[in-house]
Design a protein around this ligand. Sequence first.
Ligand code: SAH
Ligand code: MG
Length: 201
Amino acid sequence: MNHEAVDSTLSAMKENARLNHVPIMEDEGMAQLLQLLEQQKPVRILEIGSAIGYSAMRMAIGLPEAVIDTVERDEKRYEDAVQFIRQAGMEDRIRIFHADALEFDTESLSGSYDAIFIDAAKGQYERFFEKYEKLIDSGGTIYCDNMHLNGSIEIPIEQVPKRNRTMVRNLRKFRANMLEHPAYHTVLHDTGDGLMVCTKK
Ligand code: SAH
Ligand code: MG
């Protein structure tokens, strides 16, 4: 890994995210995710929602043994991610797929994962979970970002703008389901925008 190329790429990614309003993980949540991953030591990681590849790259840097598969449906973001991954010289560590994760044929992925990071459409987490949890073996972990939705997960639903209510309701339901899921041990961290950690029993 060429540290100079990686550092300059990360800076360019943060600038791209700022200019184009790409919701990449903020520093605090990223640090918490990396800390948990360093404890878990996953080798194969799947990410749903790459955006421009920022969190995938941070995971690849923080976990030198890991390889990351990541899925993004937006064409422009996917193309930016491809560029950034190449610029950092990390093509051998990060494999990016241009697809809607809900329609994606999981046969193109080679087998199971130790960790899955869900960070795509917030109203669809339950559906991502249902589709991809099959790829996690016992002892593996699913990490879910933005479980606080900028605070809107806790306030009375009438105070949430109408256009966001379905998303908020879906995310609340998903969180409640996971906290009671018999096959998963689930912990909610308040760091960043709320990180939910679900470990398969
Ligand atoms: N993980 C990234 C940020 C992801 S932002 C980081 O922290 O660096 C969420 C991304 O999920 C957006 O780019 C959006 O286009 C993508 N997304 C939303 N729904 C999706 C779906 N069904 N399949 C694939 N990507 C999706
Ligand atoms: Mg996020």
